[in-house]
Design a protein around this ligand. Sequence first.
Ligand code: F6R
Length: 607
Amino acid sequence: MCGIVGYIGKKDACEILIKGLRRLEYRGYDSSGIALHNGRKINSTKSTGKIVNLEEKLTEKNSVGTLGIAHTRWATHGKPTEVNSHPHSAGDITLVHNGIIENYQKLKEDLIKKGHSFLSDTDSEVIAHLIQEENIKFDFERSVQSAIKKVKGAYALAIIHKEHPDKLIVVRNSSPLVIGVGNNEFVIASDASAIIAYTNKVVYLDDGELAIITPTDYVVKTISNKLQKKQEQQLEWNDEQAKKEGYEHFMLKEIHDQPHAIQDAIRGRIDMENGMAILGGLTSVDKRLRSINRVIIISCGTSYFSGLVGEYMIEEYAGIPTEVEYASEFRYRKPLLDKNTVVIAISQSGETADTLAAIKEAKNKGALTLGVVNVVGSSIARETDAGIYNHAGPEVSVASTKAFTSQLTILTLIAVYLGRQRDMSMIMGRRILSELQKVPFLVSKILENEEKIKKIAYKYAKFENFFYLGRKYNYPIACEGALKIKEIAYIHAEGYPSGEMKHGPIALIDKHFPSVILAPKDSVYEKTLSAIEEIRAREGKVVIITTKDVTELHSDKYDIIYIPKTLEILMPIITAIPLQLLAYYVGTKRGHDVDQPKNLAKSVTVE
Ligand code: F6R
């Protein structure tokens, strides 16, 4: 997730843009850049690393201008190098971009045929060339509209033109963009945190809209040139609240980010016609993947639990024997691997020391290694033979939420990819992929039910022990739910397969020991009902997470959270959401700092 900021007005744009970049730093960054129009030409300056590195490169000569755009990059396409940093230019056009362009490869090929040459590996540079190409026929505004019509994907763009020192054009589709309306000046940014110091009057662009901004005025239109009437809003946020987009904590914001994060994990990766996942990061090892006969998933913590779901998915849909192992154990065992084994490392940060060491061990033994990693260019991304990025954007809160559901999404794509290389029918591939496309919407439906979940969380916040129970695909989610409440609320909780209760743990159940049970109507639903009955018979209190089509469970007996229905393989993405909210609200009710729980670190780079 990148951050963009732009300024047009009478003041020194450079200072405002640098301050804006600093406020967007929390969105993650590996490089940054700025472009300023000095009235005659555009000067661009870029740097890798921290924003201070960029500042050091700014001189009296290249920092002049009252119109400018700037960018903090969190790499998605191409390594975090200076050449890949924004702004990107082509002819008269210079722009910054936040988002992912799905069809950039095809657009790039077409532009190369027309004589364009590219400096970077990014999808963003392609848009600059596309606008420049259209600019041969049209004026600035129409060339942006015409170019954007050809682009598929997510984008928030801020664009300037060498011949237009008094014009800033911004465009939005599926990536956030806010226009701050000042007194004869405008500040645009990815979120209000970069704007709030100058004005609290804002306009939010909707998907498919662009704004043409001059120092004194702005007009909003659709890509098809239809004028739009926009409502200006008054923000009452302070700086800190603005970073969290008004949410009280990053954890809550990131829980709410999930419909977008899942969408970004899917974007450009579905070939519906062939019922196949498009995983560009695996192209180089595609042939080898066809001959592997064993999968080992290695990871830690929350990423370990997504791996467990991956095991069920890959075995059921690709028919390949799969094991999941804690990376910290794997590295010290004598794992039996060969060239027909693929080891998949899952890691949000890409820096977890145990996972990194386990990959090295796997490589030494001749296995093929893949990474499912959120941070581009991280050690695990570099160490593995090939891989897939999550594109979930930075997770600021220590406890993982959106990275987890994003991992589950990628694992679904991997299961389809490996399955279609083997026996999975095209119909089955299509079925899973088309249901996966609906998941972001289903997740947003659960988030609408937040108040009900909060009420239940407050009711249970006094208990000191919990069981989290699930079966089949939902057993790993029960484990993840238990981990979340441990981390955030400092409550002892255990995740168990619901069928195991009768083999011992049920001895602990009484009215002081509640259970959270995942019981969607699926192939193991009837079995889960028996576990619920056994617990109730021992006076155990029960919170049930289930789908609306069940008839056997009633709210006079249990606290019930209803969730939408989907395919069994996709249900973990759905059931994870209420468990995250439960942990969040129990944690906040108990007065904890949920974003930085005690004793925990975001990136565990030591053994
Ligand atoms: C829990 C959590 C940790 C991480 C674990 C692995 O909320 O965030 O359990 O999942 O430390 O980290 P990554 O995924 O970065 O390898």
